[in-house]
Design a binder for this molecule. Structure first.
Ligand code: GLN
Length: 299
């Protein structure tokens, strides 16, 4: 069929790009095979395609952040979540130790400070059940990556202590970082991520299981925050060139969700200086141009 052939062609066109570095601050991630390359698509009617290294599983990392945010919105409502974490792009790195100076809240839920706060609003069972609903199957934790990250998580502990000092989180900082690190260590493949993105793009209804995983307003809020904050300090670059809500993670995953049209997910472990997948960004630039996906394009 022409669509998977086209997707394979996009991967081939990007395969000679070898800029970027593996994330090394999580020792286990530095062991990943940098040549991995995969792309998946899911549409609202449940059509799914995946090409390249589509059966490779990797840890979800920061791509978990929009989904955890969505679950927190469902459980606590918009106002209560906004009291804990804002919706302003930070223009800073993902792991910046910073808060909004006027409110002491993390600027947004896509940077670590915001995501650790969001995680503190969820319990472990809710995370497991909520991510299973988004993926359409139960997700396992990669215990090795989890242990490797937790053993070196000084920076996230610093963030969590800062959050408790300001009364943004109530829980024990160690317990919150532990749970957040487990959330980041959930194993997915690009096909899982594409249906998860497609669920947000489909106003919260899972394209395969048919479950309304989150209400329409939650999907909209989450996509909006992905648009402004999902690519960290490259969010402006990304939105002008690619023009769709997105989220990246340090293991090299990258999702894009096009409202009403579906979800894409790419995997390539080498990262640019913002922590976004180098080849992933290239793949999406190509998809956006070829398929006219830019949301600011006047039809
Ligand atoms: N678990 C990682 C961290 O907290 C997630 C970061 C990322 O994927 N950008 O540092």
């Amino acid at each position: 069929s022409p669509l998977p052939d086209y997707m394979t062609e996009v991967l081939e066109a990007c395969s000679d790009e070898d800029d970027g570095e593996l994330a090394a601050y999580i020792p286990e991630l530095a062991e990943a095979d940098p040549s991995r390359l995969a792309l998946a698509l899911a549409t609202p009617d449940g059509t799914r395609y995946a090409v390249g290294d589509a059966d490779v599983r990797f840890t979800i990392q920061s791509i978990s952040k929009p989904f955890a945010y969505a679950l927190a919105l469902v459980d606590h409502g918009l106002d209560a979540v906004l009291e804990h974490v804002g919706v302003e792009p930070s223009g800073e790195a993902f792991n910046e130790i910073s808060l909004d100076p006027s409110t002491n809240r993390p600027l947004n839920p896509m940077i670590n400070a915001g995501a650790i706060t969001v995680h503190s609003l969820l319990d472990a069972d809710r995370v497991a059940a909520g991510f299973a609903a988004f993926a359409g199957r139960d997700l396992e934790v990669d215990e090795q990556v989890y242990a490797s990250e937790l053993a070196t998580a000084d920076r996230n502990h610093a963030i969590a202590y800062m959050l408790r000092n300001h009364g943004i989180i109530d829980a024990d900082p160690h317990a919150v970082v532990d749970g957040y690190t487990r959330q980041c260590s959930l194993l997915v493949d690009v096909g899982d991520l594409a249906v998860m993105a497609a669920t947000l793009a489909n106003a919260g209804t899972h394209p395969v299981t048919g479950e309304q995983v989150v209400p329409r307003w939650v999907a909209r809020q989450t996509l909006a925050v992905m648009t402004t904050c999902g690519m960290y300090d490259a969010a402006g670059d990304w939105f002008t060139t690619v023009g769709i809500p997105a989220k990246s993670g340090v293991s090299g995953g990258l999702i894009g969700a096009l409202p009403g049209k579906g979800g894409f997910a790419a995997l390539s472990p080498r990262l640019d200086r913002h922590g976004n997948s180098t080849r992933g960004v290239r793949i999406f630039e190509r998809l956006s141009g070829d398929m006219g996906m830019h949301l600011m394009e006047v039809p």
